[in-house]
Design a protein around this ligand. Structure first.
Ligand code: PMP
Length: 292
C-alpha cells in the first residue's frame, strides 16, 4: 500500500503518497499510542463523516492524547483529501499517533500527528452474491474487560487480537472470526458488529466492551423504520443454535450476511435482504437528494 500514487493529508499538508512516512522510533509503533478511523465515500460524500471525526477525537482522549485539530477541521481535512484525490466511491483512513521525539513508555511531550489517506474502493452491491453468506470461525482470543483496556477507543492496540483471529480463521478456510468477550459472551467479528434474528426480531450484543459501530446504530435505525424490533442484550454462544439469520455490520462490511459460525448455521433471508437494500439506499440517500 505504501507505493501507490495520490496525496495524503499529513499534519495539515497534502503530501505525495510515497513521502507520507514516519520514523522507526515512533511511539505509536512501539507502544500502540495510535487511534484511527475507517470511513466510506459514496458518490463523493463521506457517510456520517462527523460521527467518525468525533469518534476519532474521543478515541484519542481515551488514550490520553489530544488531536491538535477540532472535529470541524478533521471533517474539512477528510473532505479535502477525498477531493484532492478525485475519489467517488472509496475509503478514508484517518490515523493519529504519538510521534518520535522521545523514546520510552512515557512520552508526554511527543508530537501528536494526524494523517488522512483515501483510496478508491467501490462498494459492489451484488445482493445475490452477498446473500450466500460468509463463514466465521470462533476465535480463541477474547475481547478484553473494559477494566483491562480502553475498549471504547478505536485504538490500534486493540486490533492485535483481531489480526491474530482473522489470520487463523483465513488459514483454516473461513472469511472472518467471531470473538467472544472476556465473560464468554458473543461480542463481534474482527472489524464489524453482529446481529441475529429469530421470529422477526433482531438480537445484538450490548456493546459494553467493543465498539458501538456507526453502521450498527444505522442498522438499528433502519430496522426500526421497518418496524423490526431490535433487542440489545447479552448473548451466549449456545444461543446461536436457535437464531435464523445472522449478519455483520461495519463501514467496510456494510451489511454482510453470515451462513456459518463454528458449529452453528444460519439461513440468510428476508431480514438480511431488507437491511442490505435499506443500507444501500441510506448511504446514497443524501447524494441523490442533493442531485435532485
Ligand atoms: N468493531 C470493530 C472491531 C471494528 O473495527 C469496526 C469497524 N470500525 C466495527 C466494530 C464497526 O464500526 P463502524 O460501523 O463504525 O465501522
Amino acid at each position: 500500500f505504501a507505493d501507490l500514487d495520490g496525496l495524503i493529508w499529513y499534519n495539515g499538508e497534502l503530501v505525495p503518497w510515497q513521502d507520507a512516512n514516519v520514523h522507526v522510533l515512533t511511539h505509536g509503533l512501539h507502544y500502540a499510542s495510535c487511534v484511527f478511523e475507517g470511513e466510506r465515500v459514496y458518490g463523493g460524500e463521506i457517510f456520517k463523516l462527523t460521527e467518525h471525526s468525533q469518534r476519532l477525537v474521543r478515541s484519542a482522549e481515551l488514550l490520553d492524547f489530544e488531536i491538535p485539530y477540532s472535529v470541524e477541521e478533521i471533517d474539512a481535512a477528510c473532505r479535502q483529501t477525498v477531493e484532492a484525490n478525485s475519489i467517488v466511491d472509496g475509503y478514508v483512513r484517518p490515523v493519529a499517533w504519538r510521534g518520535s521525539e522521545m523514546m520510552g513508555v512515557s512520552a508526554q511531550s511527543n508530537r501528536i500527528n494526524l494523517a488522512i489517506a483515501v483510496w478508491e474502493w467501490p462498494s459492489y452491491f451484488a445482493p445475490e452474491e452477498r446473500l450466500r453468506g460468509i463463514r466465521l470461525q470462533i476465535s480463541k482470543w477474547r475481547r478484553p474487560d473494559p477494566a483491562t483496556a480502553p475498549t471504547d477507543s478505536k485504538a490500534a492496540g486493540l486490533y492485535m487480537i483481531c489480526t491474530l483471529s482473522k489470520h487463523r480463521a483465513e488459514s483454516e478456510g473461513y472469511q472472518d472470526a467471531l470473538m467472544l468477550d472476556w465473560r464468554g459472551r458473543v461480542a463481534e467479528a474482527t472489524g464489524a458488529n453482529i446481529f441475529f434474528s429469530k421470529d422477526g426480531v433482531l438480537h445484538t450484543p450490548t456493546p459494553d466492551c467493543f465498539l458501538d459501530g456507526i453502521t450498527r446504530r444505522t442498522a438499528i435505525e433502519l430496522a426500526g423504520r421497518r418496524g423490526i424490533k431490535v433487542v440489545e442484550r447479552p448473548i451466549m454462544p449456545e444461543e446461536m443454535a436457535d437464531f435464523e439469520e445472522c449478519f455483520l455490520t461495519g463501514t467496510a462490511a456494510e451489511v454482510t450476511p453470515v451462513r456459518e459460525i463454528g458449529p452453528y448455521s444460519f439461513q440468510p433471508g428476508t431480514i438480511c435482504e431488507q437491511l442490505i437494500a435499506d443500507y444501500d439506499a441510506e448511504v446514497r440517500r443524501k447524494n441523490s437528494a442533493a442531485a435532485a
